[in-house]
Design a protein around this ligand. Sequence first.
Ligand code: NDP
Length: 248
Amino acid sequence: MTQRLALVTGGEGGIGTAICRQLGADGRRVVTTCVDPEAENIEAWAEKLRGEGIDAHWVQCDVSDHEACVAMAEDVRSRFGEVEILVNVAGITRDAFLHKMAAEHWEQVIDINLSGVFNVTRQFVGSMREQGFGRVVNISSVNGQTGQFGQTNYSAAKAGMHGFTMALAKEGAPKGVTANTVSPGYIKTSMTDAMPDKVREAIIGQIPAGDMGRPEDIARAVGFLTADDAGYINGANLPVNGALFCSF
Ligand code: NDP
């Protein structure tokens, strides 16, 4: 593996941190986006990863803000060089049954989970095409494949991500740029910690593997799809869900 530059949005979250560690173990230099550098001790996060031997950095960016993404891309280019690997991890949930869902919560979830992928990827795919190499991985969800109660907003955003990725794969393939999705099932992070205990237990009862997955399970899939020799895997979806939902 080479010292290619990887940008991971939401890289300091549960799944994002595991992805940064995997990419670092693969010899990549890693930059994550951070929404609010005042609120989170993001520099401590980067220092911790550097202590593990990973060349880790951060830039400020709210992925739902297109102009902020333009500025972030300039910042990344000037400080670190061209991004060759992009992993779109940033995401939120704002759950409610549709008949009770606030318009604001529909918009926030679409703006961050789906438009955020456009806002960020748009800034880097041109230079990937020029270089003749690029890897884009978008973190979707099993709930984008199957739908889920209380998640019309989230399921719509994640399902939209698949259409985006397949179209981008067709555009990028002639130029050595791949675009794939990874669809996690239920993974132990702050996102699933926020579930009521009863809901979490009911979900675990439905997972044939008998438990939720670990962030490292998702990171492993990302490492595979971003490898230099993974160039023919393009427009694919890789489910990582403990056999919760199987399809072909
Ligand atoms: P976390 O909440 O731990 O991580 C989410 C990350 O997204 C955080 O780093 C957060 O930053 C960042 N983020 C949120 N809003 C923005 C924004 N506007 N701009 C930039 N970054 C933002 O959740 P997970 O690690 O569990 O989830 C990561 C991804 O995996 C999400 O896309 C999620 O939908 C998906 N996923 C998770 C599953 C699970 O079971 N955990 C299952 C299936 C999919 P900050 O903390 O600073 O707000």
